[in-house]
Design a protein around this ligand. Structure first.
Ligand code: 5GP
Ligand code: MG
Length: 217
């Protein structure tokens, strides 16, 4: 069992995560009953969430991975996102579910959406374990949210700080010394909007950016 270091405190326990992932999987299985969605997961942060999510599905599915990179270093934000989406699957006409570990400013999702549009998917929804709505800078629709959290820096269950902590089975908040104050636990489990909101029919938008020294998320 991994140990929690002094500068972290538990935000969401392993049991809470597992219960919520099962709820999400049930909901997605019901919404996509009789279909075969393609789960596109953002590396690295989404890898553990995806693994638990798909093992709780009762529908067939396929899986792909894309890598999101940015100049984000540690807890610093950056809107400069690059997505490498050299997928083996042909996306044309597919129903896609994008799986993210956390949605923060929304720039990563907006960038990925423009890629999906270019590849002419039939539609997509977004499923994220964690959502920080108060940090949003651009509109990014999320249909399935595990937990809404305040604007803190979260680690664990796939999410890193300087590549550490991804292996924690729970979500922890980095302490005020490294993060941003003490907002209290304040974790919410929002209603899924998956059934009520139609999947997004992707339209073209966005731009490409290039650069060096990318930090793979
Ligand atoms: P966005 O583009 O929405 O601002 O950021 C999404 C990405 O930023 C996530 O996939 C993740 O890599 C990183 N990120 C944003 N907030 C956090 C956080 O609280 N903790 C960690 N570990 N990564 C974060
Ligand atoms: Mg990271």
């Amino acid at each position: 069992m991994e140990t929690l270091s002094d500068n972290c405190r538990v935000l969401i326990s392993s049991d809470e995560i597992q219960d919520r992932v099962r709820e999400l999987a049930r909901r997605i299985s019901s919404d996509y009953s009789g279909r075969n969605p393609l789960f596109i997961t953002l590396l690295k942060g989404g890898f553990i969430f995806l693994a638990d999510l798909v093992r709780n599905l009762s529908i067939p599915c396929e899986i792909e991975f894309v890598t999101a990179s940015s100049y984000r270093n540690g807890t610093q934000r950056s809107a400069d996102v690059e997505i490498s989406a050299h997928l083996k699957s042909d996306l044309e006409g597919r129903e896609v579910i994008v799986v993210e570990g956390i949605v923060d400013t929304g720039h990563t999702l907006v960038n990925l959406m423009s890629r999906l549009s270019e590849q002419r998917v039939k539609n997509y929804r977004v499923c994220t374990l964690l959502d920080k709505p108060s940090a949003r800078e651009v509109e990014a629709p999320v249909h399935y949210v595990g937990f809404e959290i305040p604007d803190v820096f979260a680690v664990g269950y796939g999410l890193d700080f300087m590549e550490q902590y991804r292996n924690l089975s729970y979500i922890a908040e980095l302490s005020p010394a490294l993060g941003s104050g003490d907002p209290g636990r304040n974790v919410k489990k929002p209603e899924f909007s998956g059934s009520s909101a139609e999947p997004v029919i992707a339209g073209r938008s966005g731009r490409d950016r290039h650069g060096d020294e990318r930090d793979h998320r």
